[in-house]
Design a protein around this ligand. Structure first.
Ligand code: AGP
Length: 608
């Protein structure tokens, strides 16, 4: 869960690396470092502060043709200068930046120590630098290939050697790595966001690839040194989408982008006038779709919550039973997976290790896996049988916001598509649902217009030590997601419950000190949720209700009401989620939390 970046070219290597690395800070920000390959002199400079510190401590006078950078989310050893990357060999000629985990590093380390190597860090990565040193006889690539054949685990590596200062070496296995091809310059990074403003031409390395990059070009081979050719593709992102654009935080910007991102998810897929839906990118025939007997959704964190909403939608609109499973649990569950199962794997980053493990396992068993992701060319897209892109644009804030609502939108479209292909929905019902989906961006805009009111509401509760979120049915995943959001960015203890479960235990925790956020928009379970609110209020606890605009009676119950536009049962959870995103954002702001970079978290969880 780190970000790595490499540069070789005619530009100022120091500046290019710091600039690109700062775009990857969302992947981890415990510490950072650069290695600049100068002839006969490798300069390695590290900090345990933010990446911006590198601007102060790396002299602007350093000339290097190639260099590497790293921003870290600590896994082996605390954040410290010694543990920060890049790591070096004993001779200090070689420097390595690594994203991933070397599972057999202990045994390699013991062997290297016996051979006389001196280790200075607690990291798994340092063994790589020493192994390359061990095998280096004047040809860096040969030494790297010998090294990587001995590594177990996941690794995206960037390597420079002062003996070949005009070369940048890259290796990929089970961690993301993408090459950016510019005019007279090349980038390699964990994520194309790092260099998207310099070039849109990209080359995705595959697992088992090693590359040697110079100003003159790229040479890619497998771990046995056999040349392979990878296609050059073009990124679809707008670079303007990558900046903070005047907002105080990426998270706030991304919350505000939702009318657009939701609309973009629907473009070219649904037509409200004709009442049609097209997901031909699935490459599934009507016969194949008719043969599915059940669906399993696999995802982690926020994507799991989107999956729960997908379950309600697919089960309502089709005859398919759906189970939703957490990636890290699914991969170790022993169950019979039959070929009439459809797996839907959801991951905004497309790099979540647990979700990807599930995808690989299922595809190997001949099961069709649909990936839902936001990142073009990400690992999940290469492993899954077919992919639906969310087209939400880059999401930099660690807390998922616009990608969550886009995931839900994509799942609803998928539910409609499956239903249509299985003759589960009349053309009239399909058209009505499509019209409903099409109205969502405008309704989200109306929610955003209440920002200052939601801000005020957040101020009232900003000092609370804990929160509860409750909802029933399709509002239950909304409660879970609201709870996760406030935990991760405002550092408040919180729990999300199915409202009906309260009296089976959690109600014992209800006190006047614990605000309860109840998602009580109009739905078939509305009355039951109102009963739950009354039970809570009977215990003098404060209830903030998220309610439908036309619901006047709820104002008699609690003064703390946030209204969302009237909407159908499917689309109303999207609107309520936007309210909860703003509530979490302002709560975090009042609590002085580092909103875009919450402690201990990273945007992309590429390790188990
Ligand atoms: C969301 O706010 C969290 N940062 C986290 O739960 C995230 O949703 C989870 O790690 C899954 O990520 P993915 O969608 O990239 O797979």
């Amino acid at each position: 869960m780190c970000g790595i970046v490499g540069y070789v070219g005619n530009g100022n290597t120091r500046d290019m690396l710091i600039d690109s690395l700062s775009m990857l800070e969302y992947r981890g920000y415990d510490s950072a470092g650069l290695a600049l390959a100068c002839p006969d002199d490798m300069k390695v400079i590290k900090t345990t502060e933010m990446i911006s510190k590198l601007k102060e401590i790396v002299p602007s006078s350093i000339y290097a043709c190639a260099g590497i950078g790293h921003t870290r989310w600590a896994t082996h050893g605390k954040p410290s200068d010694a543990n920060a990357h890049p790591h070096q060999d004993c001779t200090h000629r070689i420097a390595v930046a690594h994203n991933g985990i070397i599972e057999n590093y202990q045994e390699l380390k013991e062997r290297l120590i016996q051979n006389g190597h001196l280790f200075v860090s607690e990291t798994d990565t340092e063994v790589i630098a020493h192994l390359i040193e061990e095998y280096y006889k004047g040809d860096t690539l040969t030494a790297i290939l010998e090294t990587v054949r001995q590594l177990a685990g996941s690794f995206a590596l960037l390597i420079v050697n002062e003996d070949e200062p005009d070369k940048l070496f890259a290796v990929k296995k089970d961690s993301p790595l993408v090459l950016g091809i510019g005019e007279g310059q090349y980038f390699v990074a964990s994520d194309a966001t790092a260099f998207a403003k310099y070039t849109k031409k990209v080359l995705y390395l595959k697992d088992g690839d090693a590359a040697v990059i110079t100003k003159a070009g790229v040479y890619v081979c497998d771990f046995n040194g056999i040349r392979v050719v990878r296609p050059i593709q073009t990124l679809e992102w707008n670079t303007e989408e990558s900046g903070v654009c005047g907002y105080a935080h990426y998270m706030l910007k991304e919350i505000h982008e939702q009318p657009k991102s939701l609309n973009d998810a629907m473009i070219a897929r649904i037509d409200a006038l004709k009442g049609t839906i097209d997901l031909s990118e699935l490459n599934l025939t009507t016969d194949q779709i008719a043969r599915f007997r059940r669906v399993i959704v696999v995802a982690c964190g926020t994507s799991y919550h989107a999956g729960l909403l997908g379950k309600y939608a697919i089960e309502r609109l089709t005859d398919l039973p759906v189970s939703v499973e957490i990636g890290s649990e699914f991969r170790y569950a022993s169950r019979l997976l039959t070929q009439d199962t459809l797996i839907i794997a959801i991951s905004q980053s497309g790099e979540t290790a647990d979700t990807i493990a599930a995808v690989k396992d299922a595809v190997q068993k001949g099961i069709h896996v649909i990936a839902i992701t936001n990142v073009f060319g990400s690992t999940i897209t290469r492993e899954a049988s077919s992919t639906i892109y969310m087209h939400a644009g880059p999401e930099i804030g660690v807390a998922a916001t616009k990608t969550f609502t886009s995931q839900v939108m994509v799942l609803y479209m998928l539910a409609l598509y499956l239903s249509k292909q299985r003759d589960g929905l009349s053309p009239q019902d399909l058209k009505q649902m499509i019209v409903s989906l099409k109205s969502v961006p405008q309704k989200v805009q109306q929610v955003l217009e209440q920002e200052s009111y939601i801000n005020e509401m957040s101020r009232l509760f900003a000092s609370s030590g804990s929160f509860f979120f409750i909802g029933r049915n399709m509002n239950y995943p909304v409660a879970l997601e609201g709870s996760l959001k406030i935990k991760e960015i405002a550092y408040v203890f919180s729990e999300g419950f199915a409202a009906g479960e309260l009296k089976h235990g959690p109600i014992a925790l209800i006190t006047t000190q614990v605000p309860v956020v109840a998602i009580a928009t109009r739905s078939p379970t509305y009355d039951k949720t109102i009963s739950n609110i009354k039970e809570i209020m009977a215990r003098d606890a404060m209830v903030v209700a998220i309610a439908s605009e036309s619901d006047n009676s709820i104002d008699q119950l609690t003064k703390l009401v946030i209204k969302v536009p009237d909407a159908c049962e499917f689309t109303s959870p999207i609107l309520s989620s936007v309210v909860l995103q703003l509530l979490s954002y302002y709560t975090a702001l009042y609590r002085g939390c580092p909103i875009d970079k919450p402690r201990n978290l990273a945007k992309s969880v590429t390790v188990e």
